[in-house]
Design a protein around this ligand. Structure first.
Ligand code: HMH
Length: 208
């Protein structure tokens, strides 16, 4: 039997819930997140997205040409996102030229470690990373300002559609993957889920 993204979500509901539902996001929705917590997330997520962009570029380099359109669209969105992060940081007078916290480093190192994995594993991780934010920022419901803009960036219908296309691409790659590679894809999904939870917790811990 071939593995699919939906099967991963169904098999690991608990870990995925922990990756996408966190007090950090609940407190954004309630408007009670502390600036120090939010700003920590903002700076660390910028540093994460820089490395994530490199990961996506490397995936493009090995993807079948039929997948280029979606991945190139993702890279264009990341170009915009990196500039947007810089604008948001500047509004808040945050310095982006700073060190990664250990959780952020661990996540970035993990993304780089995927470069030696077979393409189906990387496509699955790519989908999971984007789905985590797509669901995470949507699940709490409409957020108050200034958080609405952040929730919309990853929760908007266009982004949801993009994540569905990434799922189709990952599923297609998994269909012809060996059992070993399918197992590696499942491990990657679980690792992404764990790191997502840790990332929220890292920012949440920045409370004064
Ligand atoms: C930690 N995961 C993290 N940051 C992001 N910007 C994304 C995922 C994007 O989907």
């Amino acid at each position: 039997m071939t593995l699919s993204c939906q099967q991963l979500l169904q098999k690991h509901t608990q870990v995925w819930h922990q990756a996408t539902v966190h007090p950090f996001l609940v407190q954004c929705k309630l408007g009670t997140i502390q600036p120090q917590q939010f700003n920590t997330w903002l700076v660390q997520d910028y540093l994460f997205v820089v490395e994530f962009t490199r990961m996506v570029a490397q995936i493009l380099a090995v993807a079948p040409p039929a997948h280029f359109d979606v991945i190139l669209g993702g890279l264009v969105a990341l170009k915009d996102e990196l500039n947007w992060f810089k604008a948001k940081a500047s509004e808040r007078q945050l310095n982006l030229n700073t060190q990664k916290q250990s959780t952020c480093t661990e996540y970035c190192d993990y993304m780089h470690s995927l470069s030696i994995m077979p393409h189906p594993v990387r496509a699955t991780a790519f989908w999971a990373i984007e789905l985590a934010y797509n669901q995470g920022w949507q699940l709490p419901g409409v957020m108050p300002d200034p958080y609405a803009e952040f929730a919309d960036r990853w929760g908007n219908p266009g982004f949801t559609e993009y994540v569905k296309l990434l799922e189709q691409q990952a599923d297609e790659m998994l269909q012809t993957a060996s059992e070993t590679v399918q197992h590696q894809a499942e491990e990657a999904f679980l690792k992404v889920a764990e790191l997502e939870q840790d990332f929220w917790q890292m920012a949440f811990n920045a409370a004064s």
